[in-house]
Design a protein around this ligand. Structure first.
Ligand code: ZL4
Ligand code: CA
Ligand code: ZN
Length: 394
């Protein structure tokens, strides 16, 4: 059970690198790195920078990245330019072989999930460098919570890009934590399944991965992953936890699963550190996700994880309605600090983006979205997960 009152202050460090905000996935692409700059501007306008240490670090190095990633893939990321890709030939073929620049329909180049963006290597090194430095700050014991909203790229694989993710900063950060802590829990509230992280630690007895995600028919990205029956292998059996949800899931139903599952995870696995991927695409009104969480409902999960008072790394992830995401990560920064902030968004450089939500942090969730999660489904899911976790109880 939570050992600390919610309001107690924590020592928080925060990573933000303005070099990430200018990265462009392409003008029609749904991933907009500027949302992190929007979150940062909001955090600053609420005066929250004064309640945290700013984590300064060099970008990750080739060796940092090659600690998990395939060297051939890292070499491609380090050398590819949009010009070389466009010129065709060797560079384009190599890129495509690593799922960079690969349109699912060759006749329609707009269908690229992982474009060969300008400044790709620099972008990867900066967001991964932030997560690695944040993990090291926790491992050194100087902080209770570390934040990198530009991290959380959970789909990247050892040897290929996937789902807008090129380098898996989460895997790199968890590897850093494992040097100091015996067991690490990874919890992922992005609307998509955390497949890259689950795969990396699927047979590990020292890392438990937990993902809550949307399941629609059977084709929601990443297709075929995150089934209730996927529990890990070998030493990792019952150390992969998957909680598939249908569209329209609301705050109450979500927390009704999150709270008991995470309580049990903490009880049976006893992690010494927690990494939480706080993807904002599980919020109501997201461009890709169809769940119906409010910012309060999303942040309640962060507050619950924080209440265990275990070293905590908070990362970003998805989130495609950028005003919602920025508001959410700002509010969650305040939750991390242990400070109440006003619902009225202060005047700042991006305030016009919040007009549609009446300049309030807590925008109103959709009222007419059908919740496809029956009580029966929710109860079955919860009982199955809790029964699996009970098998780890000593
Ligand atoms: C887009 O560029 O499911 C929508 C959606 C619109 C602009 C116009 C292009 C139209 C990507 C997505 C065609 C786009 C079709 N526009 C993209 C099998 C797919 C192949 C690509 O939050 N098409 C692939 C990846 C998912 C697939 C989700 C979530 C990341 C994270 C952590 C990754 N890919 C079908 C879709 C665009 C768009 C570009 C899009 N891609 C929506 N869902 C996907 O978990 C950061
Ligand atoms: Ca998830
Ligand atoms: Zn996502």
């Amino acid at each position: 059970s939570p050992s600390c009152p919610d309001g107690r202050k924590r020592r928080v460090c925060y990573y933000y690198d303005r070099g990430i905000a200018g990265v462009d996935y392409g003008e029609d692409h749904v991933m907009v790195p500027r949302r992190v700059d929007m979150a940062h501007a909001l955090i600053r306008s609420y005066g929250l920078l004064g309640d945290m240490s700013r984590l300064r670090t060099r970008p990750a190095t080739y060796d940092d990245i090659a600690a998990f990633h395939d060297r051939g893939y890292a070499d491609l990321l380090g050398s590819l330019t949009p010009e070389a890709f466009a010129a065709g030939g060797e560079a384009e073929l190599t890129a495509r072989s690593f799922n960079v620049g690969e349109p699912s329909k060759p006749e329609d180049p707009r269908t690229i999930d992982n474009p060969p963006i300008a400044g790709l290597w620099d972008y990867c090194c900066r967001y991964a460098g932030g997560s690695i430095a944040a993990a090291r700050a926790l491992a050194a014991g100087g902080y209770d919570i570390a934040i990198n909203w530009s991290g959380g790229m959970h789909h990247a694989c050892r040897d290929k890009a996937s789902g807008f993710c090129y380098v898996n900063d989460i895997v790199l950060a968890i590897r850093e934590l494992l040097a100091a802590f015996a067991r690490v829990v990874y919890v992922d509230i992005d609307v998509h399944h955390g497949d890259g992280v689950e795969t990396a630690f699927v047979d590990s007895g020292r890392v438990m991965t937990v993902s809550f995600h949307q399941r629609t028919n059977n084709d929601f990205f990443p297709k075929g992953r995150g089934n209730l029956a996927d529990v890990g292998v070998g030493e990792g059996v019952y150390r992969a936890v998957n909680v598939p949800l249908y569209a329209g899931m609301d705050d109450e139903g979500y927390y009704g699963l999150f709270q008991p599952i995470m309580e049990k995870v903490m009880e049976v696995f006893k992690p010494e550190a927690i990494v939480m991927q706080c993807g904002g695409d599980s919020l109501s009104g997201d461009r890709l996700g169809r769940l119906n969480l409010s910012i309060a409902g999303h942040a309640r999960c962060v507050r619950f994880v924080r209440s265990f008072d275990v070293p905590l790394l908070l990362l970003g992830g998805g989130g495609y309605t950028i005003n919602h995401v920025a508001a959410c990560w700002c509010y969650e920064t305040a939750v991390a600090i242990g400070k109440e902030i006003d619902d009225d968004i202060p005047q700042h450089c991006y305030d016009s983006y919040y007009q549609s939500q009446d300049y309030k942090l807590h925008y109103t969730v959709k009222k007419n979205l059908k919740n496809d999660n029956t009580n029966h489904h929710v109860t079955q899911t919860k009982n199955t997960v809790l029964r699996n976790l009970d098998k780890l109880a000593a």
